[in-house]
Design a protein around this ligand. Structure first.
Ligand SMILES: NC(=O)C1=CN([C@@H]2O[C@H](COP(=O)(O)OP(=O)(O)OC[C@H]3O[C@@H](n4cnc5c(N)ncnc54)[C@H](OP(=O)(O)O)[C@@H]3O)[C@@H](O)[C@H]2O)C=CC1
Ligand SMILES: O=C(CO)COP(=O)(O)O
Ligand SMILES: [Zn+2]
Length: 366
């Protein structure tokens, strides 16, 4: 059954039921599945070669414990991948879906679970963004699904369980750590945008949702120099903050606390890259750079945001993230119109010259 959105004054908070967290958490997998009594046919969605190996290990454990397993590798994370995954799941007649990998396979698993009305378990192997715990999938994928199939098909739910094994996640590439940190720092500008929309547009606002998102950002910012792969402690801290942000989205019933103008900038870069047939920079890297510029517009301490990103060794210049100068300016000028979400960019957005000035003044471009 799909629980629908807020009706009148009835609030529904849909969030993960269990979060297993720490070194060796993956060993709990069979116990969790047995306890949930949702069935014996387990469908794993994983990514490329690296995460496939992790998923193969999970599958072997499950098979030894009497489960039947099939594995699908989401190589691209696009709509075609989702359609293939859905078909394979239907053929397998699975009872439950596990996403094992980075953000790409987790999104594919989340949407396939929603289409088939089964539970989804998130087994992140990378700390790259808060989608590891949130009910949402990437903006671009959801836009594509909405365009091709209709709005209903892009609706997803929070994972029922999150199994975050820090022994596995700590081995993710260093760029994933920087991306997770950038996604978190973006909450500083996202929450300010939400407050603006609340005051200027009378949008619904949740103090709990906003505080939780800000707290997640603050914790990460307080430990900016420690955000590195290989260390269990800093992996734990980053993943916990990302889970906190994902839960803030659940509390708000919208990605509002976690996604404002800095995300509009990042999504616009994704759209531009897609149109040019290129790969974007990682989500949180773009968000971090966007947060510097949006904090400047909001009159917040943008230099602090920039310094924190520098401390985490995340790029603060577009060129260091492989983003072209022209794409930054174009993304800034289209960001306000890619989604119906009021932010500091207002209803008419930035002119080209204002966009260029903003990016130059904040050191994002030369
Ligand atoms: N739900 C949401 O709100 C959002 C979702 N997204 C989605 O997330 C994607 C970005 O996430 P990201 O995680 O960067 O992307 P990927 O899933 O593509 O992972 C990036 C790389 O990290 C590798 N990797 C993952 N875990 C480990 C590990 N433990 N050790 C070594 N390497 C590892 C992957 O390996 P392998 O090749 O094996 O996969 C892959 O090569 C976007 O493309 C989008 O699909 C983005 C933003 C928001
Ligand atoms: O990336 C996100 C939050 O960090 C998800 O937000 P969107 O709703 O903008 O995709
Ligand atoms: Zn994000």
């Amino acid at each position: 059954m799909r629980i629908s959105k807020i009706e009148d004054r009835l609030e529904v908070i849909e969030s993960p039921r269990y979060i297993f967290f720490g070194p060796g958490a993956i060993k709990k997998i069979s116990n969790v599945l047995s306890y949930l009594t949702l069935g014996k046919r387990i469908f794993l969605v994983t990514g490329g070669e690296i995460t496939r190996k992790i998923a193969d290990d999970v599958a072997s454990t499950l098979e030894l414990d009497g489960f039947f397993v099939d594995i699908f590798s989401a190589k691209k994370g696009d709509i075609e991948d989702v359609l293939r995954c859905d078909q394979r799941f239907k053929e397998f007649r699975g009872d439950i879906i596990l996403g094992v990998g980075g953000g790409r396979p987790l999104d594919v698993a989340k949407i396939t679970a929603a289409w088939n009305g089964v539970r989804y378990i998130s087994v992140p192997t990378s700390p790259s963004h808060d989608g590891i715990a949130s009910p949402s999938i990437s903006f671009l994928l959801s836009k594509k699904i909405e365009e091709k199939m209709g709005e209903e098909w892009a609706k997803t739910e929070s994972p029922t369980v999150i199994i975050a094994d820090t022994n596995i996640i700590k081995n993710a590439p260093s760029i994933s750590f920087k991306s997770g940190f950038g996604d978190l720092i973006g909450k500083v500008t996202a929450v300010r945008d939400w407050e603006l929309a609340y005051k200027l547009k009378d949008e619904p606002y949740s103090e709990y949702g906003a505080s939780m998102a800000l707290l997640s950002a603050e914790i990460a910012m307080n430990h900016s120099r420690e955000i590195k792969p290989g260390l269990e402690e800093s992996t734990r801290l980053l993943v916990k903050a990302l889970i906190g942000s994902g839960v803030a989205i659940s509390i708000a019933g919208s990605s509002r606390p976690a996604s404002g103008s800095e995300h509009l900038f990042s999504h616009s870069l994704d759209i531009i890259a897609m149109e040019k047939g290129r790969k974007s920079a990682p989500h949180g890297i773009q968000v971090g750079i966007g947060a510097i510029m949006m904090a400047y517009l909001q009159g917040q301490d943008w230099k602090k945001i920039r310094n924190k990103l520098v401390e985490a060794e995340a790029p603060v210049k577009a060129s260091d993230a492989g983003i072209e100068r022209e794409d930054v300016i174009n993304a800034l000028t289209i960001a306000h119109r890619i989604r119906n979400r009021y932010t500091i960019l207002g209803e008419s957005g930035l002119t080209r010259s204002a966009a260029e000035k903003l990016a130059r003044n904040t050191g994002v471009i030369e």
